[in-house]
Design a protein around this ligand. Structure first.
Ligand code: G6P
Length: 615
């Protein structure tokens, strides 16, 4: 959480940093700050609130000059969001200024030591402790800034991506990484630092992604020097050429990123299977999987670890894998898995699913599984992310940058990858008949067209949203493959509209939630044509008998549920295993419209962050 940006070069640093912070606001947005070196002194401005508040304040209060600067957008961990706790933080002398994404776990004991040595603290943050620790080492050990940072970080327990500079050496920025992402954009005698590449994409396509426990000294007129923090070894930096472009990270005429991302799904699902799925030739081929097929099909079980929406994609995968590949699957919240002493063996295969590839709990679960000898496969969206590097192999979804905090296109592209994996493995294991295999391949290829059709019901869904926007609770019900979709629908509504919603397996309703049903309660039921259709129809009757309001997701042409439901949202027909790819679309739109009608900040809902790099 938190976004960091830095610049050193010939251009004005202020607009680059400010724009960069706006692009990184998905990482946290409760306060923001900037520090610029104007040639004489550091100009620092910080404030509670969004980057737009910072912009207003900075333009009034500080000189915006300078070719060196750092900026931060915060998701609070230590200390409430207020002006004082916002980053950057000064050292006591006022010479050093630092930004930090992460948590210093032993900051309490370090702070006590520093207080004994006469240091004072203005904020409640762990970051202010770190900048003073660096200053203390710089003074006592008479070492240069880079060395002081290295010594300090060897005393720190926790996670960080940091950037700092010293006003006595304004040709240099020092950065370091452990557990939080950090990219360095390499231009023509100018350098950029950021949590991801989006802040500098219009200036350079060349980026160095630091690995964990690496630091870099970025000095004008020199190459970037990367070293290992622990043993001081120099590392030859690998400069990657980025594929990202500016258009991908802009709204493209949509009112919100979330809406843009919902509507991008037909094209990104296609991007995800392009070159991998050749239905007419009966081929599904995933580069990362081909060499490991035996591992999967001989595995005792597959364990899927993930958080949030990615966990819901994992639940869908559980149904597909067990159904088609006949391997037992367990789906675990990464945060629970890592702390419950799980039984893992070398015969297990672990699949880690993560849009950002940076989620701290998922990463820790991967490390644990690897330490027990399991083979770990990643399904990530962000290329070069930590999880994609930590796993033994994997497949990227090709959803492109997802900026809206509520995940949409990441979910459907994850399911696309997982379905392709299942089909490839089922074929290899012989658990699927040739006609079924061919049918699934053809149907998967048709999904973008079906999603497009589902998106055409947008205005109808907007009307339904207007009817229910003031409801205080929602229930979402689904069975089989669509139980995880019910969970995901409820999560979307909670996240962005702040309406309480629960997802439930439809049959479980009578074991508790049915008590909640009255004429005030909207119940969203996924009632598409499937093996469970008749059972779901019975569940709808049970709700109706208690006067609940039914909003049903139905298959095109359905007449039975249409008669019973108060409102219907239609989706095209596809085999049951692929239905989550289409049934999720109306639920995304429903939550989007309700949130807009309630005046919520759809792309940046309160208290959330897109990339959760703390436990
Ligand atoms: C956060 C985001 C969710 C996301 C979850 C897992 O909570 O707000 O949208 O599903 O993290 O993130 P990941 O990047 O690992 O998929």
């Amino acid at each position: 959480m938190c976004g960091i940006v830095g610049y050193i070069g010939k251009r004005d640093a202020y607009p680059i940093i400010l724009n960069g912070l706006k692009r990184l606001e998905y990482r946290g947005y409760d306060s923001a700050g900037i520090a610029l070196f104007d040639g004489n002194d550091i100009q620092l401005c910080k404030t509670k609130g969004k980057v737009a508040n910072l912009e207003e304040k900075a333009e009034k209060e500080i000189s915006l000059k300078g070719n060196l600067g750092i900026g931060h957008t915060r998701w609070a961990t230590h200390g409430v969001p207020n002006d004082v706790n916002s980053h950057p933080h000064y050292s006591n002398s006022g010479d050093l200024v630092l930004i930090h994404n992460g948590i210093i776990e032993n900051y309490g004991s370090l702070k006590k030591e520093l207080i004994k040595r006469g240091y004072t603290f203005k904020s409640e943050t762990d970051t202010e402790v770190l900048v003073n620790l660096i200053e203390d080492i710089q003074k006592n050990e008479d070492v240069k800034l880079g060395k002081a940072v290295q010594i300090a970080l060897n005393q720190v327990v926790g996670a960080y991506a940091i950037a700092l500079f010293d006003k006595k050496k304004p040709d240099e920025i020092v950065v370091a990484k452990l557990g939080s992402p950090l990219a360095i954009g390499v231009g023509d005698d100018e350098f950029f630092v950021a949590s991801d590449a989006s802040p500098f994409i219009e200036f350079t396509n060349n980026a160095i992604y630091l690995e964990d426990e690496e630091m870099a000294i970025i000095r004008l007129g020199r190459d970037v020097k990367v070293r290992k923090i622990k043993d001081d070894k120099l590392v030859a930096p690998y400069i990657q050429e980025l594929q990202l472009n500016l258009e991908q990270i802009e709204k493209g005429g949509y009112e919100h990123f979330m809406l843009k991302e919902i509507f991008e799904q037909p094209s990104v699902i296609k991007d995800t299977y392009r070159g991998r799925l050749l239905a007419d030739q009966g081929i599904v081929r995933l580069g990362g999987l081909e060499d490991h097929i035996e591992k999967f099909i001989n595995a005792d079980r597959i364990i899927i670890v993930a958080c949030g929406t990615s966990w819901h994609a994992g639940l869908v995968a559980e149904y597909i894998f067990e159904d088609l590949v006949r391997i037992p699957v367990e789906v675990e919240y990464a945060s629970e898995f890592r702390y419950r002493n799980p039984i893992i063996s070398e015969k297990d295969v672990v699949i880690a699913i993560s849009q950002s590839g940076e989620t701290a709990d998922t990463l820790a679960a991967i490390k644990l599984a690897k330490s027990k000898g399991a083979f770990v496969y990643g399904v990530c969206n962000v290329v070069g992310s930590t999880i994609s590097r930590e796993t033994h192999s994997g497949t990227y979804t090709h959803a492109g940058p997802e900026i809206g905090v509520a995940s949409t296109k990441a979910f459907t592209t994850q399911i696309t990858v997982l379905a392709m994996m299942a089909l490839r493995l089922a074929k290899a294991k012989g658990t699927i008949s040739k006609p079924d295999y061919m049918l699934y391949l053809r149907e998967l290829e048709l999904i973008p067209t079906h999603v497009e059709e589902a998106l055409k019901t947008d205005s109808k869904i907007e009307e339904i949203s207007a009817v229910f926007k003031d409801a205080r609770n929602f229930l979402y019900l689904g069975r089989g493959y669509n139980f995880p979709v019910a969970l995901e629908g409820a999560l979307k509504l909670k996240e962005i509209s702040y309406i309480h919603a629960e997802g439930y397996p439809a049959a479980e309703m009578k074991h508790g939630p049915i008590a909640l049903i009255d004429e005030q309660m909207p119940v969203v039921v996924i009632a598409i044509k499937s093996d469970h259709y008749d059972k779901v129809v019975s569940n709808i009757q049970e709700i109706k008998a208690r006067k609940g309001k039914i909003i049903a997701v139905v298959s095109k042409g359905d007449t039975v549920v249409r008669e019973m439901a108060d409102y219907v949202m239609e989706v095209p027909h596809t085999p049951e295993a692929l239905t989550p790819l289409v049934t999720t679309i109306p639920l995304q739109l429903l939550s989007y419209h309700i949130a807009v009608m309630l005046g919520r900040n759809v792309d940046q809902p309160r208290n959330l962050a897109k990339s959760v790099t703390v436990e």
